[in-house]
Every structure is written in C-alpha cells, then in structure tokens.
Design a binder for this molecule. Structure first.
Ligand code: GLA
Length: 342
C-alpha cells in the first residue's frame, strides 16, 4: 500500500482541495479527496485483470459542491433523515436545519460532505480530521471526528470512524459512495445479497414509521442473491414511496458481513462488512442525468449506495439502537468494502 498527494482544484470560495491516491499491491487504487473525505474513484480489477472505476464522482471541487447527491462523501453529523428536523436529548429540544422538506437530511446545509478536512498521511493510510463546533447545524457539543481510509492488498477499502464530543450528542457517520461494478450504465443487473431479515417501512417523507418489518415475501427480501431490477418495479407501497429502494435494512449486532454485490459482466464482487446496526440500500432513484467524471452521464439508477449507519430517525425512536454519544466517550466504528473478481 502506498500513497501520493496531488492538487485537485479550488472551490468557488477559494479553498484548496487535494486528492490522495492509495494504491495496493494488485495495482488497484482509491482516490480520496480532503473535500468531504470523498472517495473520488475506485479502480478495481475485474475478471481478466482489467481496471474498472466502480465509484461515481466528479472531476472538480465545484461540481461536488454544486451538483449534490453526496457522491462518495463522508456524511455527518447524522447521516440519513431526522423527522421534523428536531430531536430531544436529556429533556432539551434541538432544532436542526430542514433541508429535505420539513426533515433534516445528511447533516444539513453545510454537512461534513461540504467541508475540507485536515488530511494527514499515516504510513499507507489516510487520516482525515474535522472539528464541528457546538450547535453546528443545531447539534449539541463540540465534536471532533477522525476518519481513516486504508486500501489493503487484498482489495479492502477500510473506513475507520472515531468521534468525541464534550457534551452528550448524537452521531451517525457513513460513506455515501455510489457503486457501479461494471463502470457504466445502470445497476439493475447487479446481484445483491443483504443479510437482513427485516427493514424499516417509511412515510412519504422517507422517515421510518417505527415498524420493523420482515422482508419475507416482499421485494425487500435480499437474503439470497437477487438482481436489483427483479422486483424494483413491483407493485409495492414502499417501493412507490421511494421510487425504488431507499430503505434501511436491519442487521445483526456486532461486526459482520452485511451485504454482497456482484456484477457478472465485470466479474467484480463487493462484500460489505460493518459493526453498524443498519444499512441504507439506495438504488440511485434521484440520479437524474447529471454529468460526472469524464463527461459521463449518471442517469436514474446508474449507481447504488450501501450506507452503513444507525437507523434513520433513531434520535426520535427510542426502540431503535441508540445513536447517542455520551460526553467524553469515544465513538468507534468500522466499515469495509472488499473487492475481488470471480
Ligand atoms: C440517501 C437518501 C436518499 C437520497 C440520497 C442523496 O441515500 O436515503 O433518499 O437523499 O441520499 O440523493
């Protein structure tokens, strides 16, 4: 594993952005920006050894800030949605910025994806640090976060999250990579397996209703490999609400394999390991023909996200695993996206 640092570009407000290339012994590479801690590209060897870029992204900092979609970014402080953009903690109400209708999404207006992080290469790994002051976007506590990326010789993109706050607060950090294991076109023929027997139905604003529902006999059953396109147009109220898949799947406790994604055309298999209790499977329903890297057009369902996380709106649902981080306690979490060819 080795690393190189290059200038990537300047934002409209004059911030310099750098790109760090992590290369492994197989000659595969991950390019990470200090802007948003973003995975800008992932060159992975498919069947026959050909390198394929399996991550959606942009060529300039300005596009990341203007085009939206959280492509490849670290999302925080609280990934996914908070209903009514408010929550109560220790008897006190906190109001957040409503940037998704009346709800709060992906950390708000100026979330972690829009910040330039302090980057420090550490051996072959890349450490990214960010400080978020008390009441940033409405969240309590002076909050420090450190994300470390490593890219192992056996094809594992390892993401370690650490966070600490000086007051009780909430935390939900994820990476918002859009994967396309064939490198182009839509992802409907990708085969997906999710080790989850239940999921969270949502209301029209994509806020979980609170019900934890069995996937059995529904289009949400990915307990065995199934193509994403197989049931995506099925007549199902939950698919209708989100315009496809955009739901949290409930995982086992502890560190485990959460998902597997396979593309027969490239031969690439991606396995997702995490210690988080949930994974949001988002089938890229809102991608609407934006132009990405090299002028490539990203249409509806040209990429999919498997965002490891706390359950959405868990700040307002006491029966969901708690996202509360106590003052002075260390939040620690790991997610690995592991690639190989078959
Ligand atoms: C997440 C959400 C989606 C959408 C995307 C960004 O995955 O669940 O509803 O907001 O981010 O476009």
């Amino acid at each position: 594993m080795n690393m190189k640092r290059d200038f990537f570009g300047t934002t409209a407000d004059g911030r310099q952005v750098h790109v760090f290339t992590l290369k492994n012994a197989r000659g595969e590479s991950a390019r990470i920006l200090d802007l948003g801690g973003t995975v800008q590209s992932l060159l992975i060897r498919g069947r026959g050894g050909k390198l394929i870029d399996v991550a959606l992204g942009f060529d300039t900092p300005g596009e990341y800030l203007a085009k939206g979609g959280y492509l490849g970014a670290i999302v925080g402080r609280y990934a996914n949605r908070i209903g009514g953009a408010r929550f109560a903690l220790n008897g006190k109400e906190f109001r957040l910025y409503p940037n998704d209708g009346k709800n709060h999404l992906h950390g708000g207006k100026e979330g972690f994806d829009k910040k330039v992080w302090e980057a420090e290469p550490d051996g072959g790994r890349l450490k990214l640090r960010l400080f978020s002051p008390h009441m940033d976007e409405g969240y309590p506590g002076n909050f420090g976060v450190e994300v470390t990326y490593a890219f192992s010789d056996d094809g594992g993109l390892i993401i370690d999250y650490l966070a600490k706050s000086d007051m009780d607060t909430v935390v939900n950090l994820t990476n918002h990579c859009y994967f396309n294991l064939r490198g182009c076109g839509d992802i409907l023929s990708h085969e997906l397996k999710i080790n989850a027997r239940s999921m969270l139905p949502t209301d029209a604003g994509l806020i979980p209703t609170g019900e934890i529902k069995s996937v059995e006999g529904t289009p949400f059953d990915f307990t065995e490999f199934k193509s994403i396109g197989r049931d995506i147009e099925a007549d199902d109220p939950q698919l209708a609400v989100a315009g496809g898949y955009d739901h949290n799947f409930c995982l086992e406790e502890g560190y485990k394999k959460a998902c597997e994604l396979f593309c027969d055309e490239s031969g690439i298999l991606m396995e997702v390991f995490t210690d988080m209790p949930g994974v949001q499977f988002y089938s890229g329903n809102f991608l609407s023909g934006i132009s990405g890297k090299g002028g490539r057009i990203y249409g509806k369902r040209f990429g999919l996200c498997l965002e490891t996380q706390h359950y959405p709106d868990s700040v307002n649902k006491p029966h969901f695993p708690s996202p509360v981080l106590k003052a002075g306690a260390l939040f620690r979490s790991r997610t690995v996206y592991k690639f190989g060819a078959r």
